[in-house]
Design a protein around this ligand. Structure first.
Ligand code: ADP
Ligand code: GLC
Length: 471
């Protein structure tokens, strides 16, 4: 099968969160399973772009409203990623150092989608499926079906994977003139709540829609940031497929970012050494249990609860636990965490920023990984934690519920709580401290987690079956 993934992120080319990890890994596993897989992402000016060589495979131009943009499609020369990587370079739109957060993001991602479609329109053959990810690529299924220019692409099945329905990419109808002309009778397919809504349009127009865990699909029927009714209506073409992880990138026995590599046989010494170095760097006491948080500092992740959780736990249990936070996001949460750091004299440190290598060291050097998410469509952190022998403490929601069984139940690998509240989390921290004190039980829980195969092997097969079901 020939599969084309279209996405705003792909690790290691450009990554902001889990979307990048998924689009960097799933295609590799699909290619290994005997398919021809291409991934196309914008040519942001990231380190990867600056340090690799590319061939120009397509050159063209496009109108977006009254503006004319020249664009190039570049192909990475070495094929080192295990699939064919293409970058869309649009000077003036996508040649930014970062991925998101620019005032013209609507024009940037619209330009990206138009360039991708114009490029496919020139191919001599057609791919078997076009797999779009999140709202940045949400207009592609609509334009494939109803864009006048793309009539010859009509029969290509399109798939939309919803990584997070909280973000839908809406914009006003006043920007309609930016979209390539289409059958105006179909305008209603773009609309949701009086705005052009790319995610809603994709849910209506894609041949299949997937969510990144079965648990999240169930939740979307009642909690989808305004799309509940639409999701219920389209449920017949929806399926939840659990994300996997890249077992090569995330392997404690070969991860070059760690202080010491380890596997299930050497996990005690391995984690001890990694924890020692991490605690030294952050002024923490390595003899105490270390509870860490890695992620975007936003309300959906429950990051706003962290200052109070940390303050209260350290006040109630002085000298019994350490906390470490790595993340960036909403300024008021960053500020509150820094304030907490100044208020408590020991037991807590925070690194504000994005640091891939530090994240690996934290997965390896921590005893517990805290995820108090309000919304978690899948979550990859808990799967990385499990593979690195770190016990996840998670709110029972979405993909977290699908991947973490409480250690009080049979085959348990983590700690689960129900409410995203300070009280529930503090209670879980107490359970974590008790587990830490019971070395035998801790080792048992840890090893069980490390032995789970969360690699993409089985989920990659499920995607292939879903593609085949479009024929
Ligand atoms: P989301 O995509 O919602 O942010 P996921 O759990 O799916 O959440 O994936 C988050 C990914 O981003 C993981 O690979 C995690 O390690 C990484 N990550 C998040 N914040 C940071 C950070 N500040 N520094 C390094 N890696 C981070
Ligand atoms: C989104 C979700 C996260 C998921 C990731 C990859 O960013 O917030 O839960 O793991 O996509 O699918």
């Amino acid at each position: 099968m020939e599969i084309l993934h279209v996405s705003a992120e792909c690790y290691p080319v450009a990554k902001v969160g889990g979307l990048g990890d998924v689009v960097g890994a799933l295609p590799k596993y699909q290619q290994q399973a005997g398919n021809f897989v291409k991934v196309v992402v914008p040519a942001y000016r990231t380190r990867y772009y600056e340090t690799h060589e590319f061939d120009v495979v397509h050159q063209a131009g496009m109108w977006m409203g009254h503006n004319w943009y020249h664009f190039n499609v570049l192909k990475e020369r070495s094929n080192e990623l295990g699939f064919d990587l293409y970058l869309v370079d649009i000077p003036g739109l996508l040649d930014t150092p970062g991925v998101y957060g620019y005032p013209n993001d609507i024009e940037r991602f619209l330009g990206f989608q138009i360039a991708v479609l114009d490029w496919i329109n020139e191919w001599q053959h057609q791919p078997d499926v076009i797999h779009c990810h999140d709202h940045h690529t949400g207009l592609i299924p609509f334009l494939l079906s109803y864009g006048y220019k793309y009539a010859r692409l009509k029969e290509i099945p399109s798939v939309m994977t919803i990584h997070n329905a909280q973000y839908q990419g809406q914009f006003g109808w006043d920007k309609l003139y930016l979209i390539p002309s289409f059958d105006l009778w179909k305008s209603g397919l773009l609309d949701w709540g009086g705005a052009i809504n790319p995610l809603a349009a994709a849910i209506k127009c894609a041949w299949r829609v997937t969510t990144v865990s079965p648990g999240y699909l169930e939740e979307l029927f009642t909690n989808a940031n305004g799309l509940e009714w639409l999701i219920s209506h389209e449920r017949g073409k929806m399926v939840g497929i659990l994300n996997g992880i890249d077992n090569v990138v995330w392997d404690p026995s070969s991860d070059y970012m760690l202080a010491l590599n380890y596997d299930t046989a050497t996990v005690v010494e391995g984690k001890h050494e990694n924890k020692q170095q991490l605690c030294e760097r952050f002024g923490l006491d390595a003899s105490l249990p270390l509870v860490s948080f890695i992620g975007r500092l936003v309300g959906d992740k429950g990051a706003d609860l962290l200052p109070e959780i940390i303050g209260r736990s350290l006040a109630e249990l002085p000298g019994e636990v350490n906390f470490l936070v790595l993340g960036s996001g909403e300024p008021h949460i960053e500020w509150a965490l820094q304030q907490t750091r100044h208020l408590v004299s020991f037991g807590f440190n925070v690194h504000i920023g994005y640091d891939e290598s530090l994240s690996h060291q934290i997965y390896a050097g921590s005893d517990f990984l805290l995820m108090p998410s309000r919304v978690e469509p899948c979550g990859l952190n808990q799967m990385y934690a499990l593979r690195y022998g770190t016990v996840p403490i998670v709110r029972s929601t979405g993909g977290l519920k699908d991947t973490v069984i409480d250690f009080g139940d049979q085959d348990g690998v983590g700690i689960r709580f129900i409410q995203p509240s300070v009280w529930d989390v503090c209670n879980s921290v107490k359970r974590a401290i008790a587990l830490y004190g019971d070395h035998h039980h801790l080792e048992e829980v840890r090893l069980r987690g490390m032995n789970i195969d969360h690699s993409w092997n089985s989920s990659a097969q499920r995607y292939l079956e879903m593609y085949r079901s479009t024929k």
